[in-house]
Design a protein around this ligand. Structure first.
Ligand SMILES: O=C(O)[C@H]1O[C@H](OP(=O)(O)OP(=O)(O)OC[C@H]2O[C@@H](n3ccc(=O)[nH]c3=O)[C@H](O)[C@@H]2O)[C@H](O)[C@@H](O)[C@H]1O
Length: 430
């Protein structure tokens, strides 16, 4: 009798249905079909929402896990308000890579002194994106809106320049890291070359054209042996693809300066470290591994040669960036046309006192009160150079750049931040 009630439920279209036991089966099939269709549609939705634009694992955009949404009156209002200048002679600055290590510090410093700042970042997963989100939250609290988007997105960049006539661009978005270039070479071409060109294309057509300050790298000195490295030295023997793309950036900057009158200043950063730093850098993952009791690999050169870096503290780098923005002359062109010669500069921003990596580890051991398990290894042939040392006289003279933080002091500040952020090292950095 129970089955009869089922019969009552089916539509009264005789002839179209088989006897009821078939109908029951049909009904259950329909229910199943509906259920699996829903699951299927759900999976498709999740796939498109979460997954990369391209399924090619080598595609650099694969690491930007989502497609970005931007635009609309509310969004434009946020953009405008974030970029609004709050002092009489302040700048309105577009900071690319704003959720990155240097980008966050520079954005916060600009905002603090009353400049208008709009951030842009693609939040890719080269390293733990939750750290980038935490930096973003920090910036949001100080009134900096970080737009989620890629420097390769010309439509987005054009829109930003339509909404705000930026006076300056601080271009810090890049694929960083020397060793990762062997794993994912195309990501370097995508961000450091294609992305940079795309940004310059939009800047050259903007009216007014902004002045651009951007991050080059100490790695352009490559296999040079003469130290300290001076801006006048050759930079035609890069040791990594990362270095090669930064060197290419310097040549591209020359071209856009020459053809379109864009004012361009490249800053060669020397191994920048500090709070809110990058987990892919040695000082950061050494800290994580020392706290975990995990062995660390320390590189040495041929014949036990010292490997050393001119480690530069983030606050000093920020001062150098602000000095570069403050002394940048206006671009001379407008709407894609050059009107006269424009400024083109390159500066070293280092600390001028290289420290062996073994000493860096000793300082970390003292600060963390944990002995490192040292594994001494030959410097791998994966892009690393043995030694960096900046001559900063040019930056001193023209930007008023004067680094004041030694490695011991800077690492102390880093360790304090690290232990706070990762809950005394219990919450391990990934
Ligand atoms: O100035 C730059 O332009 C670059 O600086 C930074 O590169 P590097 O100076 O190579 O920093 P980082 O990887 O922290 O290695 C530090 C030291 O530890 C040694 N090192 C490294 C890893 C390891 O396992 N063992 C080791 O001894 C290693 O041999 C090296 O001597 C930025 O990452 C890069 O994006 C770019 O901005």
């Amino acid at each position: 009798m129970k089955q009869m009630s089922h019969l009552d439920d089916i539509p009264s279209t005789p002839g179209k249905f088989k006897p009821y036991f078939h109908r029951t089966r049909w009904q259950s099939s329909v229910a199943k079909l509906a259920f699996w269709s829903l699951v299927f549609v759900g999976l498709i939705f999740i796939f498109f929402y979460r997954s990369p634009v391209s399924s090619n694992p080598a595609d650099p955009s694969r690491r930007s896990l989502r497609t970005y949404s931007w635009g609309g009156p509310a969004w434009e209002k946020r953009v405008r308000s974030s970029a609004r200048v709050r002092t009489r002679r302040g700048f309105s600055v577009l900071v690319t890579g704003a959720a990155g290590f240097v980008g966050t510090h520079v954005s916060a410093a600009l905002k603090r002194r009353g400049d208008g700042v709009l951030g842009l970042d693609n939040f890719n997963d080269y390293y733990d994106p939750s750290l980038k989100r935490a930096r973003q939250a920090l910036l949001e609290r100080s009134g900096v809106f970080v737009v989620e988007g890629d420097i390769n997105d010309a439509a987005l960049l054009k829109k930003l320049f339509e909404v705000v006539p930026f006076t300056h661009v601080m271009h810090l978005a890049a694929q960083a890291g020397v060793r990762y270039a062997m794993e994912n070479p195309s990501s370097y071409v995508h961000s450091n070359i294609a992305g940079f060109v795309n940004l310059l294309e939009v800047c050259k057509s903007a009216n007014p054209q902004p002045a651009i300050v951007w991050a080059s790298s100490s790695s352009v000195y490559g296999l040079n042996t003469k130290v300290p490295f001076s801006e006048k030295d050759r930079t035609d023997q890069p040791a990594s693809l990362y270095a090669a793309t930064k060197k290419a950036g310097e040549e591209i900057a020359h071209t856009y300066n020459h053809i379109y009158g864009l004012s361009l200043t490249g800053l060669r950063f020397f191994t920048v470290y500090g709070p809110w730093g990058r987990p892919d850098m040695a000082y950061f993952f050494f800290t994580r591994d020392i706290l975990k009791g995990k062995a660390i690999s320390i590189f040495e050169g041929v014949n036990h040669g010292t490997v050393a870096r001119d480690f530069t503290y983030i606050d000093d780098i920020v001062k150098g960036c602000l000095g570069a923005l403050d002394t940048a002359e206006k671009s001379t062109g407008s709407g894609g046309k050059k009107r006269g010669a424009a400024q083109l500069r390159v500066f070293n921003l280092g600390n001028t006192s290289p420290v062996p990596v073994t000493d860096l580890v000793t300082i970390l051991e003292r600060l963390l009160k944990v002995k490192a398990k040292r594994n001494i290894m030959k410097l791998p042939r994966n892009g690393d150079v043995q030694f960096t040392h900046a001559n900063i006289s040019s930056a001193q003279r023209e930007l008023g750049y004067k680094p004041t933080t030694d490695l011991q002091t800077g690492l102390k500040k880093f360790a304090r931040w690290y232990l706070g952020y990762y809950n005394g090292g219990k919450k391990a950095a990934s």
